[in-house]
Design a protein around this ligand. Structure first.
Ligand SMILES: [Cu+2]
Length: 641
């Protein structure tokens, strides 16, 4: 994926304004002081050992199900290498296990067809039990949770008489298990959020979103649980293929902030006929109750791209850096939200640019692009400062996509036009990969790099380092090129074709600015109807049906638009093809996209076609998984009827 001209201009604009922030201009100080931004080139790289995310402790392991109590809490974490200061984060951990709190979270290890129940507790409170405000600037002018609006004004676009500053009240939370096959009560609907059960919730605030009570009642009826204050209990049937899912906050209009703050984690599903037998793939992964000192050959890699202030806090602009204003209420431009913000560092599992000592053998990595908007293109190289596209030192073998194994292993980089193209991983996509270090001399350094759009060689172009150390035990896993993967049968013929759209809404006041992003429908003439989050539901697939969805990504007239990431809840879909709008034929998806998917690139000017089977009734959503877009209206309800 190439950066479009306007994306490049915008990325440049962000950097320019972020750079200017070092001098703390008056408009910034006046709108809530932020310490100067940390120059990411001053951060030493590859000095911190990769944090191998352990398995999340369970609270109850029964005959047929596992129980968890997972809380979201505020704490500090050493993300930058010492002696840089630690960083305030919001992160998950198991209640009663203080050592398990981390951002990103420790991994939930689950088994196919074995139920998992999680109490998700919002404990974003201080030691005295009072709520803590958000650590990142919350724009209160979007269509968002809006707890201050009370029960009448929650989940709406509040009205203002003058441009407001950031919302500093209690923080809503609702957790979505991305890629999971679930009932609606357990999907983490954006309007099913809840505040912490804090001692000082201001009078008149809504303590939960407009769907919370309904889903609490349904959970009680369906699986007999009562949700306490400041929490929800969800049930995951895990009746789907073995794969790597991930959980993250999904609160209406503030997902970008809660995920950046650290409220995300991996959820790995194993076993059954859609998994390989133990020992075939490199392992073990971290497991509950494992022996101390266990060496891991399967490791999750959660990649993010924060920026920092010199005081260690995470940096995110507290003003709309794309627009000089005027803002809401005298224009339609949100004052704090940004249409896109790329951070200037890369973290893996919560540390900037870590190092992993690897033996000369095969490793399985479960990769998640946990960035809000940054596309990644992965490669393993010997020189991280080489100009791109660089020559790969080792291949990355892809064996699985978002929802399970591929039909067959795929070797990347893919060679075309004399160049080596790395593995593209967009926000929210997961890939199951194998890197074979067999035969590499101990002492060798190799690097996982990012050649994606907006990457800067040496900073956001680097992800982590591998240092090869002597072999400690024999590798008995099957080489990736010889793997026989479990079969994947895509959904069958579609009974119906549905046309949906992504587009941008240009400000009515400043014609070069975007005021929000829209989802919509497309009629038989190819005409787009952009719709708001609260317009009546238009996507109503029939229960038990298979549909082809055409995702039309429209450019606004006269300007190239950005790519979007198409994501549907509930289902794993097949990416069928992508064709330019107006063309009669298209191109097949990348070989690495030919397994089950729940998120995929929907490039601008193209129709991306996906096929899905809808086998559960209920209320779900589809949206762009660039979180900065999703939070400003690029999301729509979907009702399986
Ligand atoms: Cu988008």
């Amino acid at each position: 994926m190439k950066l479009t001209r306007r994306q490049a201009l915008r990325a440049g604009a962000t950097v320019a304004v972020a750079g200017a922030a070092i001098e703390l201009p008056l408009w910034l100080e006046g709108r809530g002081a932020q310490a100067a931004q940390l120059d990411s080139t001053t951060i030493p790289q590859f000095v911190t050992p990769l944090y191998v995310l352990p398995a999340m402790p369970a609270s109850a392991v029964g005959a047929k199900s596992d129980g968890y109590v997972i809380a979201a809490k505020p704490f500090r974490q050493q993300i930058l290498p010492k002696p840089f200061p630690s960083t305030p984060v919001f992160g998950f951990g198991a209640a009663g296990h203080p050592g398990s709190f981390h951002a990103p979270a420790h991994t939930v290890e689950a088994s196919v067809n074995r139920q998992v129940r999680v109490v998700w507790a919002n404990q974003l409170v201080n030691a005295a039990g009072g709520y803590v405000p958000h650590i990142l600037p919350v724009d209160p002018t979007l269509h968002w949770a809006n707890p201050a609006g009370g029960t009448a004004g929650r989940d709406s676009v509040p009205e203002f008489t003058k441009t407001p500053g950031p919302y500093t009240g209690p923080v809503p939370l609702v957790v979505h298990l991305h890629g999971a096959h679930v009932y609606q009560d357990s999907d983490g609907y954006p309007e099913a959020w809840y505040l912490p059960h804090a001692s000082n919730i201001p009078k008149g605030y809504a303590v939960s979103g407009s769907r919370y009570a309904q889903y609490a009642a349904e959970a009680k009826h369906r699986f007999g649980v009562t949700w306490g204050k400041g929490m929800a209990q969800y049930e995951y049937g895990n009746d789907q293929r073995a794969t790597a899912l991930w959980f993250h906050d999904h609160s209406l209009g503030m997902t970008r902030l809660n995920v950046r703050a650290g409220l995300l984690g991996m959820y790995i599903l194993r076993g059954g006929g859609t998994d390989l037998k133990a020992g075939v793939l490199p392992g073990p992964a971290p497991r509950r109750g494992e022996k101390p000192g266990t060496r891991h050959y399967e490791i999750p890699l959660v990649i993010q791209d924060p920026s920092f202030s010199t005081d260690g806090r995470q940096y995110l602009p507290s003003v709309n850096t794309f627009s000089p204003g005027p803002y809401i209420p005298t224009s339609d431009i949100p004052p704090i939200w940004n249409e896109l913000y790329y951070g200037n560092t890369i973290t893996v599992n919560g540390s900037t640019w870590p190092n992993l000592n690897v033996e000369p053998r095969r490793y399985r990595f479960r990769v998640l692009n946990g960035c809000a908007v940054r596309p990644l293109t992965l490669k393993v190289v010997s020189n991280p400062k080489a100009s791109v596209p660089a020559k790969a030192a080792l291949p990355i073998w892809v064996i699985g996509s978002d929802g399970g194994f591929l039909p067959a292993p795929v070797e990347t980089p893919v060679k075309s036009g004399g160049e080596q193209h790395g593995l593209p991983v967009l926000p929210s996509e997961r890939y199951d990969i194998i890197v074979d270090f067999t035969g590499v001399k101990p002492g060798t350094h190799l690097y996982l790099t990012n050649e994606g759009a907006a990457a800067t060689v040496g900073t956001t172009g680097s992800i982590m380092r591998f240092t090869v150390v002597p072999l400690k035990s024999k590798d008995t896993s099957v080489p990736p090129q010889h793997l026989k993967l479990p079969g994947y049968t895509p959904p069958g013929a579609a009974a119906k074709t549905r046309r949906v759209s992504f587009s941008e809404q240009i400000s009515g006041f400043q014609l070069t600015q975007i005021s929000k992003y829209m989802c919509g429908t497309v009629d038989s003439d190819g005409v787009n109807t952009p719709l708001s989050w609260d317009d009546p539901v238009t996507e109503k697939p029939a229960y038990g049906s298979t549909e082809m969805w055409e995702v039309w990504n429209f450019s606004p007239e006269g300007a190239p638009a950005v790519s979007h990431v198409f994501h549907m809840h509930l289902v794993q879909f097949q990416v069928v093809d992508r064709r330019p709008i107006g063309a009669t034929s298209g191109s097949a998806p990348g070989a690495w996209e030919r397994g089950p998917k729940d998120s995929c690139n929907a490039p601008t000017g193209y129709i991306t076609r996906v096929r899905a089977h809808f086998d559960r009734r209920g209320s779900y959503v589809w949206h762009c998984h660039f979180l900065d877009h999703e939070d400003n209206a690029m999301m729509r309800p979907m009702q399986v009827v």
